[in-house]
Design a protein around this ligand. Structure first.
Ligand code: HDD
Length: 693
């Protein structure tokens, strides 16, 4: 073997790209600035000889790579985020001194991260799970982090149960599965033994836990907070986010299939929307209560397993969040973002909610293990951007600031000698806690006012639209069917009988088992007035805005029909993507080529909100032996989507079992007829396509 070789020969055509002329500004360097002459070959003793330990360039590059990963979040590991802005539209001056809630028109930069809870960082986007909804506002008075979820209640009442809850829901300890799924023994074992989980479990089994898009979720601060005004008076407050695009869920079967078709479905959707300038927006709203109003409720507002029904205390919209910029770098921003419920600003304060109180410790602590240093607040995404930050905390791993002078303690009198004495506490503008009187015995007790675990789940179930109730019952059946321990299934059903006998019976029938004995409740549930605001169906107007229409086109198809569908859907606010049997596109009737965005086999109908089949007779004939085409139509029908079609597509529809109904539209009537049904699901169709509990 000859020892001679030139790098050019080995690198091939790409060689020139590696050798571009360099200037100090553009050239590749080591982390310490040494210019690098060759980034393709390690330093060897001869072209075929061993690599030399001396190769500091190789070692630095590999070593940095070896350490690229940091521990993922213990919960909420899988997440997607964006930058944005908050604008206040109504002042809460009467209740709080917080500038972000009193300066109308003020725009505050923010960073929002949405997440699943149970799965790891590389897990799918569409499991059945609660979604995290965390917003970091970079206010003039420091960062305010509202670290909430897309469900307004939580599984447990006391933070001391959090590690047990999370251990139970995550992969089982010995086998390391299931990933990102609550449908397994240990989760339901915990649920059955902890009746306080029932309310949140009901929400988690509802369609809220399988959202269509991160842009179509409501968000909630969950815990009760306080607002404190200039007179030092306190009101309780619950924070809410309301999506301008309305809420929408997937069908369960659809969510499962999306997991395979596009595990990044939500991340892609958020990134693409922002990239295309279609900025998602949410209204920000509050429920504000006096102590007396809180005392008058039939439940305790310090109990995070309870909602305050909007029908009792309506929401007041006070501002708007717009997400308008994607992160430049996923790791630096989304991954390193550290949200802390302790990031609070003057005028907002904590309540005594025992779940919140525990959270006040956990988040700071977890960042130390995840980000590795007490200086994580200096990472650009975590840095207080709305105002300077300064104190006498010094040194530590990864200290990036260079404080000057001798003053690293306080009080000091260095200023008297003309030196910089450093910052001082601000008794007037600084954060002060609400002066709540709290002298009590030290006890490990749960308040009696936390004992009613069933009235609110009952309220929730009773308030849902009929299809949502059926989905919820079926979700419990699905999950319990994956539970191998009979006594665990029985205990859950015994608890459910306290929520609603009919629901419990539906679950038992769905499982094909007898209904077990009712579990005695710690406090007998009461019937509360239904709260239609907890529904998804019918709560927001139907719309195609922010949705996606997929148009399947074959050779010989009529381009005018494609264009009509494209125009009508776009006019209604949807994005339109073309799918063809081959990625190169379809040759239309008029001889032109319509470029495709997707190949049919890679773009099942689960990726779209509504579909149109613009087929020629020949094209349809060919698709009759194409499984992907049959599934495309069958799933669109099964997932209750509108299907627009040319008459020539009928044989495919027949083969796929698509029956005529109000959501199956012959496009010869004109594309507009397709738009209205496309903006919603065809709920009436559901009993025809699946058996629900
Ligand atoms: Fe938590 C992360 C939301 C209770 C401990 N939590 C985390 C995130 C969200 C929530 C959205 C992800 C933030 C991000 O995007 O980085 N958590 C909630 C809500 C809760 C709640 C709405 C109930 C009201 N959490 C809760 C309790 C504890 C924790 C009771 C512990 C006692 N949560 C954590 C954590 C995490 C976290 C371990 C993991 C990663 C992180 O904090 O930064 O500290």
């Amino acid at each position: 073997m000859p020892e001679k070789s030139t790098n050019q020969d080995i690198i091939g055509q790409g060689g020139e790209l590696h050798q571009q002329a360099s200037t100090p500004e553009t050239r590749l360097t080591t982390n310490h600035g040494t210019p690098i002459s060759d980034n393709q070959n390690s330093l060897k003793a001869g072209p075929r000889g061993p690599t030399l330990l001396e190769d500091f360039i190789l070692r630095e590059k590999i070593q940095h790579f070896d350490h690229e990963r940091i521990p993922e979040r213990i919960v909420h590991a899988r997440g997607s985020a964006a930058h944005g802005v908050f604008e206040l539209t109504e002042s809460l001056e009467q209740y709080t001194t917080a500038k972000i809630l009193t300066e109308v028109g003020e725009k505050t930069e923010l960073f929002a991260r949405f997440s699943t809870v149970a799965g790891g960082a590389g897990s799918i986007d569409t499991p059945r799970d609660v979604r995290g909804f965390a917003v970091k506002f970079y206010t003039k008075e420091g960062n305010w982090d509202l670290v909430g979820n897309n469900i307004p209640v939580f599984f447990i009442q006391d933070a001391i149960k959090f590690p047990d809850l999370i251990h139970a829901v995550k992969m089982e300890a010995d086998r390391g599965y299931p990933q990102a799924a609550s449908a397994h023994d240990t989760f339901w074992d915990f649920v059955g033994l902890m009746p306080e989980t029932t309310h949140t479990v009901m929400w988690a089994m509802s369609d809220r836990a399988i959202p269509r898009s991160l842009r179509m979720m409501e968000g909630f601060g969950v815990n009760t907070f306080r607002l404190v005004n200039a007179k030092g008076e306190s009101h309780f407050v619950k924070f809410h986010w309301r999506p301008k695009l309305g809420t929408q869920a997937t069908c369960w079967d659809e969510a499962v299939k999306i997991a395979g078709a596009d595990p990044d479905f939500h991340r892609r959707d958020l990134f693409d929307a922002i990239d295309q300038g279609d900025f998602p927006q949410w209204d920000f709203a509050v429920q504000v209560l006096t102590q007396a109003e809180a005392d008058a409720l039939p439940f305790d507002i310090l109990d995070a397993t309870k909602i305050i029904p909007e029908e009792i205390h309506p929401l007041k919209v006070i501002g708007r969040m717009t997400l308008n910029r994607n992160p430049d770098n996923f790791f630096a921003e989304t991954e390193q973002a550290a949200f802390l419920p302790t990031n609070i600003v003057p005028g907002i304060d904590f309540s005594d909610d025992p779940l919140l109180q525990g959270r006040l410790f956990s988040y700071q602590d977890t960042q130390l293990s995840r980000l590795g240093t007490v200086n994580f607040h200096q990472i650009p995404i975590n840095r207080a951007k709305g105002c300077p930050f300064q104190n006498f905390q010094r040194d530590g791993h990864m200290q990036t600031q260079v404080p000057t002078g001798r003053a690293n303690y306080e009080p000091n009198s260095l200023a008297q000698a003309g030196e910089d004495g450093g910052p001082r506490a601000d008794a007037k503008g600084g954060f002060t806690s609400f002066r709540e009187p709290v002298e009590k015995e030290k006890v490990r007790l749960r308040s009696e006012t936390f004992a009613d675990h069933y009235s609110q789940p009952r309220l929730f179930f009773a308030s849902l639209a009929a299809p949502e109730q059926a989905h919820l019952a079926s979700a419990i059946v699905f999950e319990l069917s994956k539970v191998s321990l009979e006594h665990v299934r029985n205990r859950v059903m015994g608890n459910l009988r306290n929520v609603d006998e009919v629901l419990a019976k539906r679950v038992a029938d769905g499982l094909g088992v007898a209904l077990p004995k009712k579990t005695p409740a710690a406090a007998e549930p009461i019937d509360l007035k239904p709260s239609p605001a907890v529904r998804l169906i019918g709560k927001y107007p139907d719309t195609l805005k922010g949705r996606k229409v997929g148009v399947l086109v074959t050779d010989g198809a009529d381009g005018a029909v494609v264009k009509a569908v494209q125009d009508a859907a776009k006019a209604a606010g949807a994005a339109v993507e073309i799918i063809a049997p081959k990625r190169g596109g379809a040759k239309l009737k008029d001889g032109s080529t319509l470029t495709a965005d997707h190949q049919l086999a890679g773009a099942p109908s689960v990726l779209f909100d509504a579909v149109a089949l613009v087929l020629s007779a020949d094209g349809c004939q060919q698709l009759l032996t194409e499984g992907a085409a049959i599934d495309f139509a069958k799933d669109a029908f099964g997932h209750l989507k509108a299907i627009g079609h040319t008459p020539e597509a009928q044989p495919l529809l027949d083969k796929a079992g698509v029956e005529a109904d109000a959501g199956v539209i012959d496009l010869s009537q004109g594309a507009d007829a397709f738009i209205k049904p496309a903006a919603t699901r065809q709920w009436d169709r559901e009993p025809k396509v699946r058996t629900l509990a």
